[in-house]
Design a protein around this ligand. Structure first.
Ligand SMILES: NC(=O)c1ccc[n+]([C@@H]2O[C@H](COP(=O)([O-])OP(=O)(O)OC[C@H]3O[C@@H](n4cnc5c(N)ncnc54)[C@H](O)[C@@H]3O)[C@@H](O)[C@H]2O)c1
Length: 263
């Protein structure tokens, strides 16, 4: 009897990661959710069913925590088909004000953790004949915004890591792809909108939406559909690429102001 398909999701308790967990659970994957948010993670497992999903508390800044998630998935499912490295944090500041600690934490959580996860994923996937690794980068890995030096550098690093894993392990039947979302309507963005003093969060989200040619924020489910496709046989010739899911924002050099007629 063939073993059930499995996916490990780092940063799967809410937002994009939770949408990906729902999408894969709906397609009979066994879903291993790893996150620092215990309440949200356990609630998601109850929603998906304990026969479909499990939650492990995991801080990706700790190598041992990452290993423990792989250990569980391999012991239960006999191998791992898909790994989604999705944890991302942001620390803001112009470089002369950005603390070294914030820089190092951002690189550790956003980039080094993906390296550690890729390292173990490749080792496990080699044993079972292959698999797919999907890493979350960002539109900010392509073009920057003020005060995002640490985040932008980490996300550009994710794309470089992805390309190299892809070419090193094509021979092992392992594909590695990154995704670069534009602004997606997740708790991360909702919380960010509430932290701007003197600004109405709804106005701010409208403004962010208007920066995208499609004039709206992306939905976590839309990212999940792309991730599901990238993990599927339909994407068998895609590796090393970064896939923009950005409502067109990367394509426009000078955004027209909302209300201006299109030229
Ligand atoms: N939402 C956006 O607009 C957007 C845009 C571009 C890229 N991204 C990227 O997409 C990914 C998901 O973002 P989101 O918007 O769903 O964010 P989110 O904050 O809603 O979800 C991120 C998840 O990662 C978890 N996490 C944070 N630190 C962790 C750690 N040290 N160890 C384990 N888990 C940890 C959080 O608890 C959360 O569940 C991130 O990598 C983010 O950088 C998001």
């Amino acid at each position: 009897m063939s073993r059930p398909k499995s996916i490990v999701i780092f940063g799967g308790a809410r937002g994009i990661g939770a949408a990906v967990a729902r999408r894969f659970a709906a397609s009979d994957f066994r879903v291993y959710i790893a996150d620092v948010l215990e309440t949200e993670g356990n609630a998601l497992v109850r929603e998906l069913g304990e026969d479909r999903a499990s939650f492990t508390i995991c801080d990706v800044a700790r190598a041992d925590d990452i290993s423990a998630v792989f250990d569980l998935a391999v012991a239960e499912s006999g191998g791992i088909d898909v790994v989604f490295n999705n944890v991302g944090i942001a620390r803001y500041g112009e470089v002369d004000r950005l603390d070294l600690e914030d820089w190092e934490l951002t690189l550790r959580v956003n980039l080094t953790a993906q390296f550690l996860s890729c390292k173990r994923a490749v080792a496990e996937m080699k044993k079972t004949g292959g698999g797919v690794i999907i890493n979350t980068a960002s539109i900010l890995g392509h073009a920057s915004q003020k005060t995002t030096a640490a985040y932008a550098a980490s996300k550009a690093g994710v794309m470089a890591l992805t390309r190299t894993v892809a070419i090193d392990h094509a021979k092992d039947n392992i594909r590695c792809v990154s995704i670069s979302p534009g602004t997606i309507d997740t708790p991360l963005v909702q919380i960010a909108a509430q932290t701007f003093e003197g600004r109405d969060p709804q106005d701010l989200r409208r403004e962010w939406a208007d920066h995208h040619p499609l004039r709206r924020l992306g939905r976590p489910q839309e990212v999940a559909e792309t991730v599901f496709f990238l993990a599927s046989e339909g994407a068998a010739f895609i590796t090393g690429s970064d896939i923009l899911i950005d409502g067109g924002i990367r394509s426009e050099l000078y955004a027209e102001k909302p209300g201006e007629p299109a030229q």
